[in-house]
Design a protein around this ligand. Structure first.
Ligand SMILES: C[S@@+](CC[C@H](N)C(=O)[O-])C[C@H]1O[C@@H](n2cnc3c(N)ncnc32)[C@H](O)[C@@H]1O
Ligand code: SF4
Length: 396
């Protein structure tokens, strides 16, 4: 049984499962639009889904909202307004809540951004991926570099100074110089935040089935170290493996995930993690993945594809997996508060990792050594639960 003095902060994730085109590298739950997007049916389904979640979070205030996808910006500002009004009517939302919407160039213009802002969105995450036309083509993006720049400029003109740009490196045939050029061009757009991901080949994608030629590990290392220097030189501080922000502009929603906070997940395939302090359980649940199945079941018990309570060993692993992505490390007090377990549960692994030169344990503070940060996967594997868990099992 976990013991909590209070449940951790609560966020809300809302998934939008449609895109104009399915990108060949993407394994997110996103489907190419055929015909019309069932906009109002989907918003109504989301609100029914949310209502079903309410008993589990009664009395708690939502601190951040993230509308991700897929491509939420294929939805009109009117639909987003209806959704956010519906959320506010059903749940207490912190007046200072961070409310992010993912937007793709090629699906937005200034007027649409202004509408999202009026609906209450106060942060945008724009997926530009690259600012090189030939790479954008290889990624089958629906926009070119000029359109990506136009989208970022339009966001600013619509009043969004708090916007993120998603960018990838290690693209097919990319040179280090090209990845540096991409980063510099993105920095010139003055985003508050940059998410800079290495392109990975994910199972169940076209790139996985027919892999393009990607830069080798030496070149990737070169791209990464030069990129980190460029970002630091322009005041973007790395605070997570792929996240860089100007002062005060870290993404509060993602920080809540990485600190092992709670979140309600609504929408097709959305995952949630909720702590029930009274019962001493942490439950993960996820919704029907296919949009049609989701639309048909939202609001009923069938909408929950599955759910399970975490074991103690799983909570330790998931906590470490998330917290150790953060550069700042964590405090053992945070472990006790968000896992509901005594620090003795995690200490032996931390002490061994300290002896092996991967972590520094300073009183109750835990942080990586350079070696630990560089070989993060090795570090994280040490927290893996020893036995395969069974659905519905209790923390030991
Ligand atoms: C949830 S996706 C959706 C964002 C938005 N629909 C778009 O494509 O612009 C968020 C980000 O994950 C990154 N991403 C997706 N697939 C990836 C992959 N295979 N490797 C690395 N990054 C990936 C992209 O940068 C993308 O913008
Ligand atoms: S990368 Fe973005 S636009 Fe492309 S399929 Fe995935 S979610 Fe859709």
């Amino acid at each position: 049984m976990f013991q909590f003095s209070a449940p951790p902060p609560l966020s809300l994730y809302i998934h939008f499962p449609w895109c104009v085109h399915k990108c060949p590298y993407c394994d997110f739950n996103s489907h190419a639009i055929r015909g019309e997007v069932p906009e109002s049916d989907y918003i109504e389904a989301l609100l029914r889904d949310l209502e079903q979640e309410l008993p589990a979070v009664w009395g708690r205030t939502v601190q951040t909202v993230f509308m991700g996808g897929g491509t939420p910006s294929v939805f009109s500002p009117r639909a987003i307004d209806q959704l956010l009004s519906g959320v506010r009517a059903r749940l207490p939302l912190n007046p200072d809540a961070e409310i992010t919407l993912e937007a793709n160039p090629g699906t937005v213009e200034q007027e649409k951004f202004a509408g999202y802002r009026e609906a209450g969105v106060n942060r945008l995450s724009i997926g530009i991926q690259s600012l090189n036309d030939s790479h954008l083509k290889a990624l089958e993006r629906i926009h070119n570099a000029a359109e990506a720049i136009r989208a970022a400029t339009a966001a600013r003109h619509a009043g969004f100074d708090n916007f993120n740009l998603d960018l990838m490196f290690g693209l097919p045939g990319q040179t280090t110089e090209q990845s540096c050029d991409d980063l510099l061009a993105a920095i010139e757009l003055q985003p508050a935040h940059l998410s800079w991901y290495q392109l990975t080949l994910e199972p169940n994608t076209r790139f996985y089935a027919q892999p393009p030629v990607l830069p080798d590990s030496d070149r990737l290392w070169d791209m990464q170290s030069k990129g980190h220097s460029q970002l630091a030189a322009h005041d973007y501080t790395q605070y997570e493996v792929s996240a860089f922000a100007l002062t005060g502009r870290r993404c509060r929603h993602n920080l809540n995930y990485w600190r092992f906070g709670d979140y309600i997940g609504i929408g097709a395939g959305a995952h949630g993690k909720i702590t029930d302090g009274g019962q001493g359980v942490i439950t993960r649940r996820w919704k029907q993945r296919h949009p049609q199945a989701y639309l048909a079941t939202a609001g009923s018990a069938k909408c929950v594809d599955d759910q399970r309570d975490l074991t103690g060993a799983e909570a330790v692993f998931e906590f470490a997996l998330n917290q150790l992505r953060l550069k700042q490390g964590f405090d053992l007090g945070e472990f006790e508060a968000s896992c509901g377990l005594q620090r003795g549960r995690i200490l032996p692994i931390l002490q061994q990792a300290t002896r092996d030169g991967l972590l520094v344990l300073d009183g109750s503070k835990v942080r990586h050594t350079d070696e630990g940060w560089r070989f993060l996967n090795n570090l994280l594997e040490r927290f893996l639960p020893e036995e395969t868990p069974h659905a519905g099992s209790n923390p030991d």
